[in-house]
Design a protein around this ligand. Structure first.
Ligand code: SF4
Length: 690
């Protein structure tokens, strides 16, 4: 055990995209004492309940501590040899597109970079996609349409400098609690007005001056109404591309689809239009939709038209769910992106990255996005699959179908910290990975701030860092030189160096000042924002009006809102899904803390009193929720927080066999046509007493 006097290690939280800094102090008994880092610019010492309980999730019970082949313990050499051999054979026999990686926004950037490089530059396919596809792909696509780049314009401090903050499809109080705390403090200090736009009355409404419980899926209608109002009030101050077309679409939009009273809409329009400093912050309620990209652009349109973007206290702000969704975007971890925000469809970009990597076989086209990837696993086009740091048998839409697809795949590798999850049990080869507190690397939070995650205790058993596992497999596939890193600092330096190449091609992601970073420099690396020329505009993008489009102007999108079809008589309820305050994803870690399970102890269904009465369900009864994809059994929570016909259930719970709290078994595989992000919040279901 480390001595009690061991110094605190400065690191970052493993959970949400706020990216809070943490001081982790060895307690002398093999554990850690966790506190918020007062010097970290994301949280200034604050932590939410999940972050503060990190030390309670570090026990070794259930950890995967050695490689396994076919369920039996094996040596690293045996496991790595087999993975390399099976991937090489599959590629040789069926081509590079017959294999795939499904990765995670919880990988560190160095891990993500290594996986992306192996797949896109050496295997020669872009079949690498990530659970971040389920989280923010619509924001990426919306940014690229509007700005010519996937760039988050603003900063957290904008929430504290705004006169009005509009939260759309975001339960900030539970899903990004420290940002919520910062906003609540600003409300106290300077009277910031807060609007919450959400069909459900969430905990975030506690600080709202105005709550708009709009009809599910009608967000683009509301923002088109706002754009038309902006025009009517003479607030159009910029000249973005497609202005006339976007205004015409906005003027043609009727308010009735929102289901909101005229007076409520009026209050929102007046508040937004009269607040020069306005931030519109949005999250999964916008992104997880089959028209998510249009919804994003309907929001961005309003900021582009008014020039309320990239200025202190003004701008649209997409907050990411996962701790390193943004790092994944930087390395190109989505199947339709290239490293360092370069474009996989651009031959010059492909060639520049290929030259930098000395890649033998660059991917030449986008790969399969998450839902399509698992469909390709199902029908046998993907014959070898490597899943890293994620649990798709629970978290993917059509979760039962995805689990069956993985079970039927010729060769499945899973790298994880836990031995038994719904996904690990389907693997041919299990590779033990290091977890939080055991590995070094970097993460990027929702405001583009790169922070170090630092090791504060030794790796247990034979666990290895993900970047090293990937490099070990790459070496066995014949690419030892290109993957010959000896430390995560060397991976970071290579990524920074490549970002300089990207910067010369016009990418906004350029951290090449760090290309020559030493081990000591990496150890000491303090949190930093990109762009590095922070002084130019306080670290914000687009305040000077220059975008990454060929014309340099922002680009509006004419949005014709698409609304969900009414639920039919057979499946009459439209099921909203989301997170609870104290659990994370599929609970493989937060489920280890009894304290975290005390808040909400079991999977539940929020049901409006009128629906409950009609179905003969009372408080705390069990309900069976079903549709053609699957079924779940949930505890009924009768509440008017939800609207009639629109129940809500959390995403976290799982179950070994049979009906359980697994909610994604009910979510269909419908995706946004631009981003490929699944519509996770609008499954139609039937409900009956269990
Ligand atoms: Fe961790 Fe997010 Fe909570 Fe911060 S707000 S402590 S990053 S879970």
């Amino acid at each position: 055990a480390a001595p009690v006097s061991a110094p605190a290690v400065r690191t970052t939280c493993a959970y949400c995209g706020v990216g809070c800094g943490i001081l982790a102090t060895p307690d002398g008994a093999g554990g850690l004492v966790v506190a918020g880092d007062p010097d970290h610019p994301a949280n200034f010492g604050r932590l939410c309940v999940k972050g503060s309980a990190l030390a309670e999730t570090l026990g070794l019970k259930g950890r995967l501590l050695a490689p396994r082949i076919g369920g039996r313990e094996a040596s690293w050499n045996q496991a790595l040899d087999l993975v390399a051999q099976r991937f090489s054979e599959t590629i040789a026999r069926h081509g590079p597109d017959s294999v795939a990686f499904y990765v995670s926004g919880q990988l560190l950037t160095e891990d993500y970079y290594a996986a992306n490089k192996l797949m896109k530059g050496f295997i020669g396919s872009a079949n690498i996609d990530t659970n971040s596809r389920l989280c923010m792909a619509s924001s990426v696509a919306g940014h690229r349409r509007a700005f010519g780049s996937d760039t988050v314009p603003g900063l957290y401090e904008d929430l504290e400098q705004a006169d009005c903050v509009v939260l759309v499809g975001s339960n900030l109080a539970w899903c990004h609690p420290v940002l919520y705390q910062r906003l609540a403090a600003a409300c106290e200090a300077r009277g910031t007005r807060v609007v919450v736009i959400d069909p459900r009355r969430t905990a975030t409404c506690d600080i709202a001056d105005l709550h708009l419980p709009l009809a599910p899926g009608s967000d683009a209608v509301l923002f088109n109404l706002l754009l038309a109002e902006i025009d009517r009030c003479g607030l159009v101050r910029e000249n973005p591309e497609n202005l006339a077309e976007a205004l015409a679409a906005a003027r043609a939009t009727l308010p009735s689809a929102t289901g909101l009273a005229h007076s409520v809409i009026r209050q929102f329009l007046d508040l937004w239009c009269n607040s020069e400093r306005v931030v519109t912050l949005y999250s999964q309620g916008i992104n997880q939709s089959d028209s998510g990209t249009d919804k994003v652009n309907a929001i961005l349109n309003c900021h582009l038209a008014t020039g309320r973007i990239g200025r202190p206290g003004a701008g649209p702000f997409s907050v990411t769910g996962q701790p390193n969704a943004m790092g994944g975007r930087e390395v190109g971890g989505l199947s339709n992106m290239l490293a360092c925000h370069l474009d996989i469809d651009d031959p010059a970009h492909r060639s520049a990255v290929g030259d930098f990597w000395k890649a033998p076989r660059m991917a030449e086209k986008p790969g399969l996005k998450a839902v399509d990837m698992f469909r390709a696993v199902e029908d046998g086009r993907i014959k070898a699959l490597w899943i890293m740091c994620t649990n798709p048998a629970v978290s993917m839409p059509e979760a039962d179908r995805v689990a069956r697809a993985i079970a039927g795949c010729d060769f499945v590798v899973v790298s994880d910290i836990m031995a038994r999850t719904d996904t690990t049990r389907l693997a041919h080869v299990l590779l033990p990975a290091t977890g939080w507190a055991e590995k070094d690397g970097t993460v990027t939070n929702s405001e583009r701030r790169i922070s170090r995650q630092r090791r504060s205790r030794a790796a247990p058993g034979q666990a290895r860092d993900d970047w090293r596992i990937i490099a070990d497999v790459a070496a066995r596939m014949g690419w030892d030189e290109a993957f010959g890193w000896q430390s995560p600092a060397q991976v970071f330096a290579e990524h920074a160096c490549l970002s300089g190449v990207a910067g010369r091609l016009g990418s906004d992601f350029d951290i090449s000042d760090y290309a020559g970073i030493t081990e000591a420099g990496y150890d000491a690396l303090a949190p930093f924002l990109w762009p590095q020329a922070v002084g130019r505009n306080g670290g914000r993008f687009f305040g000077e009006g220059r975008f990454h489009t060929p014309s340099g102007r922002g680009r509006m999108v004419a949005v014709t809102p698409r609304l969900p079809a009414p639920a039919g008589p057979e499946w009459p309820f439209r099921l909203n899904t989301g997170r609870v305050r104290d659990h994370w994803h599929t609970m493989t870690r937060t489920g280890l803390s009894p304290r975290l399970s005390r808040h909400l102890a079991e999977p539940f269904l929020e049901l409006h009193p009128a629906d409950a009465a009609r179905l003969g369900l009372r408080q705390a009864d069990l309900a069976e929720v079903m549709n053609p994809q699957g079924r779940a059994i949930l505890r009924v929570l009768v509440t008017d927080r939800v609207a009639p016909g629109h129940p809500f259930a959390p995403i976290h719970w799982t179950g070994d066999t049979g009906p359980s709290g697994r909610i994604d078994v009910l979510v269909p595989g419908a995706v946004d046509p631009v981003s490929g992000q699944p519509a996770s919040k609008s499954a139609t279901v039937a409900i009956r007493p269990f």
